[in-house]
Design a protein around this ligand. Structure first.
Ligand SMILES: CC/C=C\C/C=C\CCC/C=C/CC(=O)SCCNC(=O)CCNC(=O)[C@H](O)C(C)(C)COP(=O)(O)OP(=O)(O)OC[C@H]1O[C@@H](n2cnc3c(N)ncnc32)[C@H](O)[C@@H]1OP(=O)(O)O
Length: 306
């Protein structure tokens, strides 16, 4: 325990060094006014849809927060709520997570306006919702399948990493990975660990350093996704349904126990460390250095669109 505390203290020091100056006022940020990135709270009620089929035992959770399923606090709470709702139905054994946006984007990761010029009262709650979403999805009793029909960067990748199986459309324009370093930030340790667990230490090390976004073929090669669907083949949703049926044939207690074997330690680790993790995040993301880089990244996104 004492080792853990001193390592944590060391990590706090490291974060503070990475972002040289603490965020004290917003004057610098106000100069970098970006009018197109200004939304914060959104309505909780129409961000996801849950369709449960007691006959098949499969529920489908569709994300539709326009334009890119980015994860605002309300969006994360809605996804968590839908997972818990599906879990509370004992007839449901499997959950397919997918997007119903016309663009096909799976999820653009964390809503960048939550990180840039953040509302300081909301920021810890935002991060706690992210932690909660990870705990709800990664620790779900349901067998979970990510049906990835479009890009899934950063926390969008986390959503898929938290599932038991990942199916992706084989379109080279749809990329997936933890690209945080390209934004001047880093993935939290629990998310980095998921990456390491899924693609192995060396692949994860390189990809985290470079902020790699993998094409579907590359993702298949490193094991970041389990299966690809060519456009024109049977639909990705059908494949996901078939996979769900395969998981459902395994006796639920054994399936849940097997999942606990590989995920229990990480889940317990974050559950026991949430406050500290939130403190790291808030102090890191609000440094002037990180804020400047995020501002430039948002400008780059807006320009790319033009
Ligand atoms: C203990 C220590 C803890 C922590 C350490 C400290 C801190 C940091 C940890 C933070 C972790 C962060 C994880 C994240 O998820 S950060 C978010 C990263 N996301 C991205 O980089 C994705 C950016 N978006 C894209 O690359 C493209 O938009 C995408 C490939 C998804 C789709 O491309 P496409 O060309 O199809 O569409 P666009 O025109 O680009 O986008 C459509 C509209 O969506 C808006 N958009 C896109 N992404 C976001 C986003 N993440 N947040 C908000 N808005 C987003 C984009 O601006 C377009 O909007 P409009 O112009 O149409 O209004």
């Amino acid at each position: 325990m004492s080792v853990h505390v001193s390592q944590s203290a060391h990590k706090i020091q490291l974060w503070r060094r990475l972002g040289s100056v603490q965020y004290r006022d917003s004057s610098l940020l106000q100069r970098q006014h970006l009018s197109s990135f200004s939304s914060k709270a959104d309505r909780n009620d129409d961000l996801v849809t849950l369709e449960a089929s007691p006959d098949t035992g499969v529920a489908t959770l569709r994300m539709h927060r326009s334009p890119a399923n980015s994860l605002s606090m309300e969006m994360m709470q809605s996804i968590s709520g839908a997972i818990r709702k599906a879990e509370s139905d004992r007839k449901i054994q499997s959950l397919i997570l997918t997007s119903s946006l016309p663009s096909g984007i799976f999820s653009a990761g964390l809503e960048l306006t939550e990180l840039y010029q953040p509302d300081l009262a909301r920021l810890p709650k935002f991060w706690e919702s992210f932690q909660q979403l990870y705990l709800d999805l990664y620790g779900s009793r349901l067998s979970t399948i990510a049906s990835i029909g479009g890009p899934a960067p950063a926390a969008g990748c986390m959503l898929s990493l938290s599932c038991d199986y990942r199916i992706m459309t084989d379109n080279p324009k749809c990329t997936i990975g933890l690209n945080e370093s390209q934004l001047g930030i880093v993935a939290p340790p629990w998310l980095a660990q998921q990456y390491i667990d899924v693609i192995g230490n060396r692949n994860a090390e390189l990809a985290l350093l470079l902020g790699t976004l993998f094409t579907p073929q590359q993702a298949l090669t490193v094991g970041l996704v389990d299966e690809l669907v060519c456009s024109g083949d049977s639909s990705i949703d059908e494949m996901a349904q078939r996979k769900a049926a395969e998981f459902i044939r395994i006796p639920p207690k054994a399936r849940v126990a097997a999942k606990e074997l590989t995920r229990g330690t990480q889940i317990a680790k974050l559950s026991g460390n949430r406050e500290e993790d939130t403190e790291f995040f808030c102090s890191f993301v609000t440094t002037d250095t990180v804020q400047k880089t995020l501002g430039s990244y948002l400008e780059m996104l807006a320009k790319r669109k033009k």
